[in-house]
Design a protein around this ligand. Structure first.
Ligand code: BDR
Ligand code: CA
Length: 307
């Protein structure tokens, strides 16, 4: 089994991605390092612990940075609910978080599983940036690094130009995009190209299976918000990134290009700038997921939910 470390800010689509990872026979989740993002760190940690409990897995949860490197946090509670899990008022998990900081856990686990570890980042990149600053040799021990983030042709979801995970902490994203020589990038535009009809998702979630029932309850508000705001398809960014991480064979179109993170700009802060024509002289640091086999994605998602 490939050791898998997930940096995440659960978050409704993070939750689905985590269930897919727990369910995969080819990977073993060795830790969850927790970022602030969708909501504050107290909630993202509590949600990760709850999800482990509901899924019946014993995976250590490491709390990370409570805010971006430089600027105050701006969360996405309007999408994921004030608690990040749809405000269902669930009973807190009895499982406790670890004392070790997420950035230190990333470094320790990268040594423990050197050359084999897959790192998947599903939230703002604050913890990964901090780990890189503490030890710039981190990438040499990571076999594969998958990031959900960015909007490669400029159709953002939090500003016209920027995607949420990058916009939340652009300085961290810049550090990570410059520090890792190779990133497998699943961006917001790929997410939009791989939606599922809301009524279909609703049908799956009616399945008589505990994880489907739990997921139905925590995702209800987000799905309502998304059907009001984004039309008849539901988009699960982190789930697509995880499908690509777990089963890269499902990718049907990939493009390698240099990608940089914009920090300035009245309209463009947090944008991921892709050098499509390769004119800037930078090497390709990203392999960008353009298309993924939708049937495989659906099958994996439904299997994880028991739906
Ligand atoms: C990303 O932002 C968050 O709201 C989601 O969890 C996902 O990681 C999509 O832009
Ligand atoms: Ca996320």
């Amino acid at each position: 089994q490939i050791p898998l470390l997930i940096d995440t800010d659960p978050g409704v689509d993070d939750a689905l991605a985590l269930l897919m990872a727990f369910d995969d026979p080819r990977h073993r989740v060795v830790g969850l390092t927790i970022a602030a993002g969708n909501v504050g760190l107290d909630h993202t940690v509590a949600n990760a612990l709850k999800l482990c409990e509901v899924a019946g897995v014993d995976v250590p949860v490491f709390p990370g940075c409570a805010s971006p490197l430089l600027h105050p946090a701006r969360d996405a509670a309007y999408v994921h609910g004030r608690d990040g899990f749809g405000d269902t008022g669930y009973e807190k998990a009895t499982k406790q978080a670890e004392a070790e900081h997420a950035a230190l856990a990333i470094l320790r686990l990268s040594h423990q599983h050197a050359g084999r570890l897959m790192l998947v980042a599903l939230g703002p990149l604050t913890n990964v940036a901090l780990a890189l600053k503490l030890d710039p040799t981190l990438p040499s021990r990571v076999a594969r690094f998958v990031v959900m983030g960015g909007a490669v042709t400029g159709h953002g979801n939090i500003t016209p130009a920027a995607e949420f995970n990058i916009y939340f902490d652009p300085e961290a994203a810049r550090i990570v995009f410059e520090g890792f020589p190779h990133i497998d990038l699943a961006d917001w535009e790929a997410t939009v190209a791989h939606g599922f009809a809301h009524d279909e998702v609703e049908r799956w979630l009616q399945a008589d299976a505990p994880l489907a029932r739990f997921y139905d309850s925590i995702s209800k508000k987000t799905r309502e918000w998304s059907s009001d705001r984004r039309g008849d398809h539901w988009h699960a960014a982190d789930a697509l990134a995880m499908a690509y991480a777990l089963e890269p064979e499902g990718a049907t179109e990939l493009v390698e290009r240099p990608v940089a993170v914009e920090l300035e700009g009245r309209h463009s802060r947090g944008a991921t700038v892709v050098d499509w024509r390769r004119e800037g002289g930078a090497g390709d640091n990203c392999r960008i997921l353009m298309r993924y086999d939708q049937a495989r994605f659906e099958a994996r998602m439904r299997r994880a939910l028991g739906a």
